[in-house]
Design a protein around this ligand. Structure first.
Ligand SMILES: NC(=O)c1ccc[n+]([C@@H]2O[C@H](COP(=O)([O-])OP(=O)(O)OC[C@H]3O[C@@H](n4cnc5c(N)ncnc54)[C@H](OP(=O)(O)O)[C@@H]3O)[C@@H](O)[C@H]2O)c1
Length: 259
């Protein structure tokens, strides 16, 4: 393995890299320079489209289609990435699904799906990636994407809120566990951010825009977030300046938790 400072590019894996916050993070890291990106998601066409519109050289972006509910597939892909690029510098556990339902209406299947994608997959990814990072002498960086719902539960989003609370504790537990290997583990908690995540629940452009306008007006900063607002915080946790920060939970919510 080659130490990152001696490598031309640091390899960072971004799950859910084809859209929303993951895509904006990829864009920002490419703009910053010094990173090679591996984008993971289910939809290969979407990943290839994202790689093309990001416009990086093909040596800078690779895409891997993978259903994160499949742990075996995850482990194989991580092994492939580590082998191809001589190690892994960073992991951004960004992929996630929203799940609507209160106690009475949440089905066992929707509970299992939320836990599988939002919590178990990040755990498996951390385990596989940390094993690679630990083999190196320089450590690595993990950034998990939780939600303000993980601190202040969303109404009628029981499984989602619980999964996002658990990822905060996964972050803190792994920060304790992996500090000795110089691996930092931090977490961002976005509030409401414009992204495809909301489209399934607010079909039709007008309804979605009204939802954003109403929720934004209620926030101290008067607007909902853009994916780039969150991407900046994720990038920060990957930088050298953040090398002594671990187990941190950064809220990026326009003041959402002050309400
Ligand atoms: N937008 C918000 O208001 C908000 C607020 C708080 C937290 N967040 C969190 O931010 C993260 C990113 O969400 P986003 O807002 O950017 O929405 P998004 O554009 O819908 O991103 C979610 C990504 O997750 C991927 N994904 C979902 N299920 C997957 C699976 N089984 N296997 C592989 N990939 C899967 C999707 O890729 P495919 O389509 O290819 O499956 C998609 O690219 C999520 O963890 C979300 O919970 C968002």
């Amino acid at each position: 393995m080659v130490a990152p400072e001696k490598q031309q590019l640091k390899t960072v894996i971004i799950t859910g890299g084809a859209s929303g916050i993951g895509y904006e993070t990829a864009k920002l890291l490419l703009k910053t320079g010094g990173y090679r990106l591996a984008l993971l998601g289910r939809n290969r066409a979407a990943l290839e489209g994202a790689a093309q519109s990001l416009g990086g050289a093909s040596s800078q972006i690779s895409v891997f289609s993978c259903d994160l509910k499949d742990s075996t597939q995850i482990r194989k892909i991580i092994e492939r990435i580590a082998g191809t690029y001589q190690g892994i510098y960073g992991l951004v556990n960004n992929a996630g699904i929203y799940s609507v339902g209160d106690l009475a209406s949440t089905t066992e299947d929707s509970w299992d799906e939320a836990m599988s994608v939002n919590l178990k997959a990040p755990f498996i990814l951390c385990q596989a990636v940390a094993a690679e990072m630990t083999r190196s002498s320089w450590g690595g960086r993990i950034v998990n994407v939780s939600s303000t719902a993980g601190i202040l539960p969303n109404q009628s989003a029981l499984a989602y809120s619980v999964s996002k609370a658990a990822i905060i504790q996964l972050t803190r537990s792994l920060a304790k566990d992996l500090g000795k290997n110089n691996i930092t583990v931090n977490c961002v908690c976005p509030g409401i951010v414009k992204s495809p995540l909301h489209e399934a629940y607010h079909p039709g452009g007008t309804q979605l825009e009204e939802f954003y306008a109403k929720r934004g007006a209620a926030l101290p900063l008067g607007r909902v977030g853009e994916s780039r607002d969150v991407a900046g915080a994720i990038r920060y946790f990957l930088t050298e300046e953040a090398s002594w920060i671990t187990g941190d939970v950064m809220v990026i919510g326009g003041g959402r938790l002050l309400l």
